[in-house]
Design a protein. Structure first.
Ligand code: A2R
Length: 313
C-alpha cells in the first residue's frame, strides 16, 4: 500500500507517518521547504497552492491513499489572515482533488476537516450527529466546511473514492502549547524546572470538550482509508466530553509542585460554547474504531514530553 500524506510536517502528520509505516505501508509525506520532517518516509517538498506541482507529485508517486492534512490550522490566525486561510484550505484542497481526478485510477482520499464546522452548538444538540447542520463560527471553520463540500461534489460528480473527517479536539506529546492540554502541561513543566513562578494561568474552566489522543486519531484515519464509505462524512472523537477544570486538576495532580491557579483575562473567550461532544457511532459502525487511550494518559505523556523538552532548551 502506497500512502501519501499531504502536510506531513504538522502535529498529526508525524504520528500518521509512524502509524502507516508500522503497518507496512510505503509512506510518502510532503512538507513546505521551510519545514522539517521525520526521516522515516520519502519526503517531498510541496506547496498545495502550486497546482501543477501537486499534479506532478500524484503522477510521480501514483498513491493508493492520500491523506490531506495540509492547512492553515489556527482559528486565531484565520481571523488575522482570512484570505491566506481560505486560499490554503480551500484552493489547496481543490488542487488536491483535481490532482487525484487527473491522475485517475482508484485513489482513496481522506480529507481532514474539523468539529469546528458545526459552529455554536446548543447543549441539547450534543452528542452532535453528522446530520447536524453546519453553522461555522469562524473563518477557519468556514474553510473546512467549504473543503468538505468541494470533496462531496468531487465524490458525486466524478465517482471518486473520498471520505471526509470532522476531527474534534486532539492532543498529545509535541503539540503546540496554543492548545489547552499542551499549554497546561508546558506551564507545569516550566514551574517544575524553575523557569516560571508556581502559578498556572487559565481561561474558562467550565467549558466541556471532547479530547482524543493523537495516536488514536491517526489510527482512525488509517481505518477510514481502509473501510470508510466513499462520499460519507465521519465525526472522529472520543464521544465523551470533559471539563477544562478536569484537565487542569488532573494535570496538577501529576505534579509534586505546589501550583496556584490564576484566572488570566487574556485566556477568556467572549463567547465560549459550554459543551462540544460528537456522536461517534458512524465511525464505529463502519470501521470498528473507538478511542482507546485515556485522557489521563494523554495528559501524563504530554507532561513528560514538556518535562524533557523544556529542560533541554
Ligand atoms: O503552517 P505550517 O508552516 O506549520 O505548515 C503546515 C502545512 N501547510 C502547508 N502545506 C502545504 N502547502 C501549504 N500552502 C501549506 N500551508 C500550511 O500543513 C503544517 O505543517 C501542516 C498542517 O499541520 P498542523 O498545522 O500542525 O495541523 P495538525 O494539527 O497536524 O492538523 C492536521 C489537519 C489540519 O487540516 C487541521 O485543520 C485538521 O487536521 O484538524
Amino acid at each position: 500500500m502506497k500512502s501519501l500524506i499531504i502536510g506531513g510536517a504538522g502535529f498529526v502528520g508525524g504520528y500518521l507517518t509512524d502509524e502507516l509505516s508500522s503497518a507496512g505501508h510505503e509512506v510518502h509525506a510532503t512538507c513546505l521547504e521551510t519545514e522539517n520532517i521525520a526521516e522515516n518516509c520519502a519526503v517531498h517538498h510541496l506547496d498545495v497552492l502550486d497546482k501543477e506541482a501537486v499534479c506532478r507529485l500524484f503522477d510521480e508517486i501514483s498513491p493508493d491513499v492520500v491523506y490531506h492534512l495540509a492547512a492553515q490550522s489556527s482559528v486565531a490566525l484565520s481571523w488575522k489572515l482570512p484570505q491566506m486561510t481560505a486560499e490554503v484550505n480551500i484552493v489547496g484542497a481543490i488542487n488536491v482533488l483535481e490532482a487525484a481526478r487527473e491522475c485517475g485510477g482508484d485513489i482513496k482520499l481522506v480529507m481532514i476537516g474539523s468539529g469546528e464546522e458545526y459552529g455554536c452548538i446548543g447543549a441539547d444538540s450534543c452528542p452532535i450527529k453528522e446530520s447536524e447542520p453546519l453553522d461555522p463560527n469562524n473563518i477557519y471553520a468556514v474553510t473546512k466546511a467549504a473543503q468538505e463540500m468541494a470533496a462531496k461534489v468531487y465524490a458525486r460528480a466524478y465517482h471518486m473514492n473520498i471520505v471526509m473527517v470532522r476531527a474534534f479536539n486532539h492532543s498529545g506529546p509535541q503539540q503546540s502549547s496554543a492548545f489547552v492540554i499542551s499549554d497546561f502541561c508546558r506551564q507545569i513543566a516550566a514551574v517544575e524546572c524553575g523557569l516560571a513562578p508556581p502559578e498556572m494561568l487559565v481561561g474558562n474552566l467550565s467549558a466541556k470538550r471532547d479530547f482524543t489522543d493523537v495516536r488514536d486519531i491517526v489510527r482512525a484515519y488509517g481505518l477510514l482509508a481502509e473501510k470508510g464509505v466513499s462520499g460519507k462524512v465521519y465525526n472522529v472523537g472520543r464521544g465523551n466530553a470533559v471539563s477544562i477544570q478536569y484537565i487542569l486538576d488532573t494535570a496538577i495532580s501529576m505534579s509534586h509542585s505546589d501550583i496556584k491557579v490564576k484566572r488570566d483575562p487574556k485566556r477568556m473567550r467572549a463567547s465560549d460554547i459550554p459543551v462540544i461532544e460528537p456522536d461517534v457511532s458512524e465511525i464505529f459502525r463502519d470501521t470498528g474504531w473507538k478511542a482507546e487511550i485515556s485522557v489521563e494518559r494523554t495528559i501524563e505523556d504530554t507532561l513528560n514530553y514538556w518535562r524533557k523538552n523544556l529542560k533541554r532548551s
